[in-house]
Design a binder for this molecule. Sequence first.
Ligand code: DX5
Ligand code: ZN
Length: 218
Amino acid sequence: MARCCIHPSILSADFANLQSELHRIRTADAVHVDVMDNHFVPNLSIGLPVVRRLQEVSPIPLDAHLMIADADRWAPAYADSGVASVTFHAEASVAPVKLARDLRERGAKAGLALRPGSAVEPFLDMLEELDMILIMTVEPGFGGQEFLDLTLPKIRRARAAIDASGLDVKLQVDGGITEETIWRAADAGADVFVAGSAVYGAADPADAISRLRTATGQ
Ligand code: DX5
Ligand code: ZN
């Protein structure tokens, strides 16, 4: 089965030229947009006004990754901006089932993200409420970190649960994905791969995307 979806992260793009940076990755399946609030993670990136403009000018769908506290309160507005998917952190939501339903009602796909130390098992009963599970393969907050192999067993367990459910739920990995590490995540069962520095740090991002696709082995 061809599983590979590559989602470059604009966190590693040139923030002074976001529109042209989007066009450099138009051969990707979607663009991963990292929203950070300096509370849930110790870093600040972009917020709703910038996401709205990216949505208006992007040639490919937007995959919003919200690394923000109080997701129940703030995530719905991102769904209203028209992005294809909104992924919120399990650790930042008091009522994840309610929030996932709310996001879908607003027309977005609903994603649930887990930090490296958070187990996936407590959320498997809500699989049918989700379109995607994001397993962080670094501690969220910064690009350019090293892939954490300790997340591989969790990716395998999530893949087994998704397959057993028969549901169409994507399994995304984010952090430290390079040509060298991507096959390990793919082999464990991931099917959507976020890559920031490996794409925007390359001389030719389109070529980097194509090399990452090949390196999944999928
Ligand atoms: C990290 C972000 C990632 C980041 C990935 O908190 O969620 O999306 O941009 O960057 P790389 O691919 O450089 O690890
Ligand atoms: Zn991300």
